[in-house]
Design a protein around this ligand. Structure first.
Ligand SMILES: Cc1ncc(COP(=O)(O)O)c(C=O)c1O
Length: 407
């Protein structure tokens, strides 16, 4: 089957009307990113499409050791059902880790989730009635849209500039749409790579406090800064206004599906209840393995290693963009995280270009799905963590050729 017909197939894909699947589920869209990932896993394709960490950096030997320790030390406890909030010792260890950035966090503020994606789902379950509004950045993380779409959320989108969400526009959106919460990815945002400035963070917290609206601080990349100056986290600045999500996916390995939410102890019974409905609790065994891994005190050295590699790959991708893309192409220069964001010249469509890119055996995610209310046609997201150095240069060279041919 040609790659061209594959792309068309994806666009036309529908769920079969069968066995009384709810209208609600029928209306959900399949994640375009998952579909592009399927395409980009074809042999020979250089993929900048996913958000995958570099697999060669997974701390395999240390995790093997941690897994052995977990079973040796906790025996049947590591394999038994456990409580919905998460294993207490693990929550205490995470609270210690979180205290590096946010003083005063204790286990009572920590809920273990099955990935931050579950954190987003729990927030949706807790807050969104059909038709409720959520304020978010445009562009925003497409997985959050998927999670909130399940509850039939609507979106009030706020544009971004190089300092993150343009917070001046938030107050009007609050007055007009009465949102349930404000969702932001303030550090090295997926998809744009942009970091929200301290001034904007303080301004956002002030508005949220004034209108008594929670801010969801989705922060998978905060520990992955490889250049520039650190900015205080929303969680540390905003206190009780903030529900913060962090994950082991990008700092250790996503296969664990283990992450954590930080919120006030008062909110915890709500999240505990909605989590119980879904999965009872996150993998006990996985929690004990990561607890032992954290106690081995290797995480900082591991973070340094990842940051050095991702920083070098970002530098290389930017150098290749400067060399092979036409000068009219704009791009962000992230100071951390996994992604950079490209704006094509003359309204060129990121979606329109993708079949040609796939033919040339290079993949990316076009920008429009990151804009829930439309827009972003001329944008695309590039991931630099998962391809090696040679692939980065070759892939950008191929993309540059296609962009030039379509100008
Ligand atoms: C902004 C953002 N939030 C949440 C997630 C989901 O992370 P997890 O693997 O912990 O479910 C991702 C994953 O890419 C992400 O980029």
């Amino acid at each position: 089957m040609s790659t061209k017909s594959n792309t068309t197939e994806i666009e036309n894909m529908t769920i079969p009307e069968k066995w009384g699947v709810t209208s609600h589920v029928m209306e959900l869209e399949t994640s375009i990113i998952r579909e592009i990932l399927k395409l980009s896993s074809q042999p020979g394709i250089i993929s900048f499409a996913g958000g995958l960490p570099a697999p060669e950096l997974f701390p395999v030997e240390d995790l093997k050791e941690a897994a052995n320790r977990a079973i040796d030390k906790y025996k049947d406890k590591a394999l038994q059902y456990s409580i919905s909030m998460g294993v207490l010792e693990f929550r205490e260890e995470i609270a210690k880790y979180a205290c590096r950035r946010t003083k005063g966090i204790t286990a009572a503020n920590v809920l273990i989730t099955s990935g931050s994606q579950q954190g987003l789902d729990l927030i949706g379950r807790a807050f969104i009635d059909p038709g409720d509004y959520v304020i978010c950045e445009a562009p925003t993380y497409v997985g959050a849209l998927q999670a909130f779409n399940f509850f039939q959320a609507r979106y009030a989108t706020v544009p971004m500039d190089e300092n993150g969400m343009i917070v001046d526009e938030v107050e009007d959106a609050i007055k007009k749409y009465h949102p349930k919460f404000i969702y932001v990815v303030p550090n090295f945002q997926n998809p744009s790579g942009i970091t929200m400035s301290l001034k904007r963070r303080l301004q956002l917290i002030e508005i949220a406090n004034r209108y008594d609206i929670p801010i969801v601080d989705d922060n998978p990349y905060g520990d992955l800064r490889f250049s520039g100056e650190p900015v205080d986290s929303l969680c540390s600045l905003g206190g009780d206004t903030i529900i913060s999500l962090s994950t082991f996916s990008k700092i250790v390995a996503p296969g664990f599906r283990i992450a954590w939410m930080i919120a006030t102890p008062e909110m915890m019974p709500v999240f505990e209840k909605v989590k119980q409905c879904g999965d009872l609790h996150t993998s006990t065994y996985g929690q004990y393995v990561l607890l032992e891994y954290m106690r081995m005190n290797k995480i900082d050295a591991h973070l340094e290693k990842i940051k050095a590699t991702y920083g070098a790959r970002r530098d290389l991708m930017i150098k290749a963009i400067q060399e092979y893309f036409p000068a009219e192409v704009q791009y962000t220069e992230p100071e951390g995280g996994l992604f950079l964001w490209v704006t094509l010249p003359n309204g060129m469509s990121g979606k329109g270009l993708l079949p040609k890119a796939i033919e040339a055996k290079v993949a990316y995610v076009y920008g429009s799905p990151f804009f829930p209310n439309g827009g972003g046609n001329e944008t695309l997201r590039l991931n630099y963590s998962n391809a090696n150095e040679e692939q980065i240069v070759e892939g950008i060279k191929r993309l540059g050729k296609i962009i030039k041919e379509n100008m």
